[in-house]
Design a protein around this ligand. Structure first.
Ligand SMILES: Nc1ncnc2c1ncn2[C@@H]1O[C@H](COP(=O)(O)OP(=O)(O)OP(=O)(O)O)[C@@H](O)[C@H]1O
Length: 452
């Protein structure tokens, strides 16, 4: 398995923890830097591009207030707001960790950590870093909507309808179901709904239901009490409680197995959660936004999705259209991603040739905006001239199918098969993975590796 090209910074004063974390995370990420002294965080951030900081909250021996962690979190936010921070704590109370999240940490983990959860949290944080970066760096594109630092690009008629609809429902408590292929911008629209609502100052919590197995589902969503299971060393708050008074974004809801759908429905109906290992009900006030690339109505007919749950979550349905149905947005989005990468790779003069723009408009974009984003980044890296021509853009299988047999290079062939499967299934990762005979997680790893 290839390592993800991301740099992590681990900060903890316990050398054993640093060692074991580095050993484990080094198998998945290309660079893992360790620091036992938090005072070196600032100089490290100025020397390396760090995607995510995983930081202990208590440094001095015996220090249990967690204040030092919060202090360093604030400093990181000041000097490098796009860096994502995940807090780790062995001692501190849930309230302190929540305070960390309100101050801008992406998430927190309790020691001893669960390795699966650690990886899910890091990947989620890195995905968030990407949207943070685009918000902060490109304020000059005037054709876009500026939502609280997040850039939402799109002026086509079809995309404007999405924005209009989002503006209308944002400040109601209606549950919203976002439908659309992978990579169309469902997360971006969910964040926009939150930022336009009166809940904007509270937490926007994101859960990828596709990546939670049965055991993690309950502990993640509902939390648990100390002693509820072997690794439950401390009380832990679930996402529902975390998002209290805010918004909970349940991504990939179509992947939720039917028995977990029943549990979710019960919570949505009662608006109360019970932590694992407790009997006390806790009232929650959460606005629910769900997203899926699957046809939930067809799944209801096939008895794969509960009709009552669908009716509970789809008070408003918003379809985020595929990129091929909003061709007018392609040049805008491409220019936006070009500007971002010109700065990143110090290629200030780079522009698209008119032919390149035409080619971008004529392509069908099975991976939607995410594919465009990655394609532009790749072109910026590879282009040695001042102009990106059509040949610098590496289009997917539409154009490559005929060359499949011509190349026997294993990596190229693998990439083409992945692209073909995604195109065949219109970007539906679950179906593409099934067709390729691999798991969704394995497909996501390959999409990441090939920047698809
Ligand atoms: N309108 C937009 N303006 C700017 N960036 C966008 C827009 N739509 C999508 N993106 C970018 O494209 C990428 C994919 O978007 P996003 O994650 O929101 O898609 P998604 O539909 O939630 O994908 P998935 O179904 O795979 O979870 C992100 O990096 C996002 O920032």
């Amino acid at each position: 398995m290839g390592k993800k090209k991301h740099t992590l910074l681990l900060v903890d004063d316990d050398p054993d923890i640093l060692y074991s974390l580095k050993l484990f995370l080094g198998r998945f990420y290309s660079e893992v830097i360790t620091l036992s002294d938090p005072k070196k965080i600032m100089s490290t951030l100025s020397q390396s591009v760090v995607d995510l900081v995983l930081m202990d909250m208590n440094f001095r021996r015996g220090e249990q207030s967690g204040n030092e962690g919060l202090y360093w979190l604030k400093r990181i936010n000041e000097v490098s707001p796009e860096t994502v921070v995940v807090l780790m704590t062995a001692y501190s109370s849930v309230g302190l960790a929540v305070e960390g999240i309100k101050l801008g940490a992406y998430d927190f983990l309790l020691k001893p950590w669960d390795n699966d959860k650690l990886l899910v949290t890091i990947d989620g944080g890195i995905a968030q870093r990407k949207s943070k970066k685009q918000g902060e760096k490109f304020k000059k594109i005037t054709t876009s909507l500026d939502i609280d630092g997040h850039r939402v690009i799109g002026t086509s008629k079809t995309f404007k309808e999405v924005v209009n609809m989002a503006e209308k429902v944002a400040d109601t408590n209606a549950n919203v179901l976002l439908l659309g292929e992978n990579g169309t911008g469902k997360y971006v629209v969910a964040k926009m709904l939150h930022n336009l609502s009166s809940r904007r100052d509270k937490i926007f919590a994101h859960v990828d239901l596709g990546s939670l197995n049965g055991n993690l589902f309950e502990s993640e969503l509902f939390g648990y009490a100390k002693g509820a299971f072997t690794d439950a060393k401390e009380d832990s708050i679930g996402r529902f409680e975390l998002a209290d008074e805010g918004t909970l974004f349940l991504d990939e809801i179509g992947n939720l197995p039917i028995h977990l759908q029943t549990k979710l429905l019960a919570v949505l109906q009662n608006r109360k959660v019970v932590r694992l290992g407790e009997s006390r009900e806790r009232a929650i006030d959460v606005r629910i936004i769900c997203a899926t690339n699957m046809d939930l109505h067809a799944m209801v007919e096939q008895k794969e999705f509960r009709q009552d749950l669908l009716y509970r979550i789809n008070t408003m349905e918003i379809l985020v259209p595929p990129l091929r149905d909003r061709v007018d947005d392609i040049p805008l989005l491409a220019t936006f991603f070009l500007e971002r990468n010109k700065k990143k790779y110090q290629k200030g003069k780079l522009q698209f040739s008119p032919e390149a723009i035409e080619a971008l408009k004529n392509y069908r974009w099975p991976g939607n905006v995410r594919e465009l984003e990655h394609m532009v980044e790749r072109a910026v890296i590879l282009c040695d001239e001042n102009e990106i021509s059509e040949s610098d853009l590496h289009f997917g299988p539409q154009r490559k199918k005929e060359n499949l047999i011509a190349s026997l290079n294993l990596e190229e062939t693998e990439r083409m098969l992945v692209e073909m499967a995604l195109e065949k299934h219109q970007g539906n990762v679950t179906n593409a993975a099934r067709d390729l005979g691999i798991t969704r997680a394995a497909l996501y790893r390959r999409m990441d590796k090939f920047k698809l």
